[in-house]
Design a protein around this ligand. Structure first.
Ligand code: NAI
Ligand code: MG
Length: 356
């Protein structure tokens, strides 16, 4: 029967519960079909609803409990009546930061049966992995406000770049690039305007790069990077960027690959001391919540990334093949130009998995 994995499911807000339940259905179908591993899910109701009732997203002792799992499958957090900085910091970042999930990995490619909004961009021409620094940088939470409400009010938002933090993400990015056929890493920076943190970033990239003579490195300023992604997608492979820069670039990447509704992300603790967390890139999408039309593909791809991380590479591959076959057959949600519902796409993927 193979290994058994304990997975914590945190669907949270908006379309999160719709796509996470679709993801679990597909994962269970895969485990039943392959009989090589088992998944044991624990469901957590940590969400903005819970916060509004109890004043907390994560109950006391919650993180200790979460630690006992092999991985976390997360939906999305954010509600119209809770400020976004409260929801994000109280749930998602409250897991990522103490669990030292310092590497955020965002693969992007054009799936079979889907289309890039770019002209002449068949599957294969756009195939990237964006590695995002996930523990410090511009989202370190450093800063403050003084003279609140006065015309002379000030606010600071300080980016933090530590040598330890930059070194570990660079090493992870070089290792990621080294494992891919092209062995090409683009280091994104803004060291012309940001003359302290980003200069350290460049120096550390150069130093760590010395350990990886087989990886080709090129350096790009973040603004120029946006144009290169659009105009020359085939010249990129693995990309490393700071927390803020990669946040923006990876949403662009998802759109260039067809839709934010297909893009996955992994929040990894590469030391494996804490469970890693897997989630679709998209948010809680209030505009389509409850309509049954959310694209579950991002969560399926997320589930495949989770399996890969757990060491179930064959299952991950089988899942992605099934997803792409279903896309190719035209079973697509509205964001990809189709008219299928979340449930129809899920059922089609389950049926594909069940085929011999
Ligand atoms: P969003 O990703 O929720 O939605 C942006 C647009 O993409 C919307 O038009 C939405 O309908 C569409 N979309 C998103 N996912 C889709 C899917 N699976 N299928 C089809 N269409 C999809 O981003 P937005 O509107 O900026 O944020 C909404 C809330 O989500 C906010 O509270 C925000 O803070 C939160 N958020 C949470 C994230 C997380 O939990 N990691 C990430 C991004 C946003
Ligand atoms: Mg984002």
């Amino acid at each position: 029967m193979g290994k058994s994995y304990k997975i914590a499911a945190i669907p949270a807000d908006g379309i999160g519960p719709e796509v996470v339940s679709a993801g679990i259905e597909v994962l269970q179908a895969l485990a039943d079909k392959l009989q090589t591993f088992q998944l044991d899910f624990t469901h957590y109701d940590w969400s903005s609803e819970t916060y509004k009732k109890t004043g907390k997203y994560i109950p006391d002792g919650g993180l200790e409990d979460l630690k006992k799992h092999d991985a976390i499958l997360f939906g999305a957090v954010g509600a119209p009546d809770v400020p976004d900085h409260i929801s994000l910091w109280s749930l998602r970042l409250s897991i990522c930061q103490p669990f030292q999930q310092y590497a955020n990995v965002r693969p992007t490619r054009v799936l079979r049966g889907t289309q890039s909004p770019l002209r002449h961009c068949p599957p294969g021409k756009l195939d990237w992995v964006i590695v995002r620094e996930n523990s410090e940088g511009e989202y370190a939470g450093q800063g403050g406000r003084s003279h609140r409400g006065w015309p002379w009010e000030i606010a600071t938002e300080t980016a933090i770049f530590s040598r330890v933090g930059v070194e570990r993400i660079m090493r992870f990015a070089f290792e990621t690039a080294q494992k891919r056929p092209r062995k090409l890493l683009t280091v994104v920076t803004k060291s012309n305007a940001q003359r302290n943190g980003m200069v350290l970033w460049d120096e550390v990239a150069k130093q760590v790069g010395g350990e990886f003579p087989d990886v080709t490195v090129d350096k790009m300023l973040v603004d120029a990077m946006t144009t290169r992604m659009v105009l020359k997608p085939e010249t990129l492979d693995t990309v490393v960027a700071s927390n803020l820069h990669a946040d923006i670039l990876s949403d662009l990447a998802a759109a260039l690959a067809g839709s934010i509704g297909i893009a996955p992300t992994s929040n990894l603790d590469p030391t494996r001391q804490h469970p890693s967390m897997f989630e679709p890139i998209h948010g809680s999408a209030f505009d389509i919540t409850g309509k049954g039309v959310a694209n579950p593909v991002a969560t399926f791809w997320t589930a495949a990334e989770m399996l890969e991380w757990l060491g179930e590479g064959t299952a991950a591959q089988k899942l992605m093949e099934s997803v792409e076959t279903v896309c190719e057959r035209g079973v697509l949600t509205a964001d990809l130009g189709g008219s299928a519902s979340t449930k129809e796409v899920t059922a089609a993927v389950v049926a594909e998995i069940q085929k011999a």
